[in-house]
Design a protein around this ligand. Structure first.
Ligand code: DX5
Ligand code: ZN
Length: 229
């Protein structure tokens, strides 16, 4: 029996009712709020920043998992830490000094992680294992919700699971393995079987009607399918 963390992405929430939306996912059993930051530079889309993070912070107790799709990265880290972020991840190609950026996140009291796009190799992790609390594998190209899961992610996940297990077996700190993009009720079992322990789901969760407890229903379904691996 595998227990996983579910991180609904508010990218697919109703932005006009964001406070109520994050409260609803917390009530429905979310483990994290996944917060997608896009800058119309690193990715061709524009979303939300530290002010919105600060605005939702009082509405939930669960950690806020900030996924930075921005370039450059460093200036935003203190702002997000101050706005109540708990986890901050970034794409290594978007930072000039990856080790320094990871350290900056940790120095601000947040968990730190790298995000690897579908075509970004695992070798980016080689020299920073000691500074990672989380690795996020993108299973779509970043920039939009509602895309289709790229199946080649499964092999990459298995390879990364082995590396993380080896790191921990040799006395290294725990590292979460998160997957982001196209996670649905019908593929979550395969993704968890390949080694993920933290699952982002945007359209799968917020696409469900919440008026009759739809978020809760879909999250229960995601969790129970993930358990049957
Ligand atoms: C894509 C974002 C994802 C996205 C996931 O760039 O990082 O978090 O919102 O959405 P779904 O689950 O709809 O693929
Ligand atoms: Zn994301």
């Amino acid at each position: 029996m595998t227990s996983i963390r579910l991180a609904p992405s508010i990218l697919s929430a109703d932005f006009a009712r964001l406070g109520a939306e994050v409260r609803a996912i917390e009530t429905a059993g979310a483990d994290l709020v996944h917060f997608d930051v896009m800058d119309n530079h690193y990715v061709p889309n524009l979303t939300i920043g530290p002010l919105v993070c600060e605005a939702i912070r009082p509405h939930v107790k669960i950690p806020i998992d900030v996924h930075l799709m921005v370039e450059p990265v460093d200036a935003l880290i203190p702002l997000f830490a101050k706005a109540g972020a708990n986890i901050i991840t970034f794409h290594p190609e978007a930072s000039r000094h990856v080790d320094r950026t990871l350290q900056l996140i940790r120095d601000h009291g947040c968990k730190a992680g790298l995000v690897l796009n579908p075509a970004t190799p695992l070798q980016w992790l080689d020299h920073v294992w000691g500074k990672l609390d989380i690795v996020l594998l993108m299973s779509v190209n970043p920039g939009f919700g509602g895309q289709k899961f790229i199946p080649a992610t499964l092999d990459k996940l298995r390879a990364l699971r082995q590396l993380i297990d080896a790191h921990q077996a040799s006395g290294g700190q725990p590292i979460w393995l998160e997957v982001d993009g196209g996670v649905k009720v019908d593929n979550i079992a395969d993704i968890v079987r390949a080694g993920a322990d933290t699952l982002v789901a945007g359209s799968a969760v917020f696409g469900a009607p919440d008026n009759d407890g739809g978020y809760k229903t879909v999250m229960k379904q995601l969790r129970s399918n993930a358990r049957n691996v």
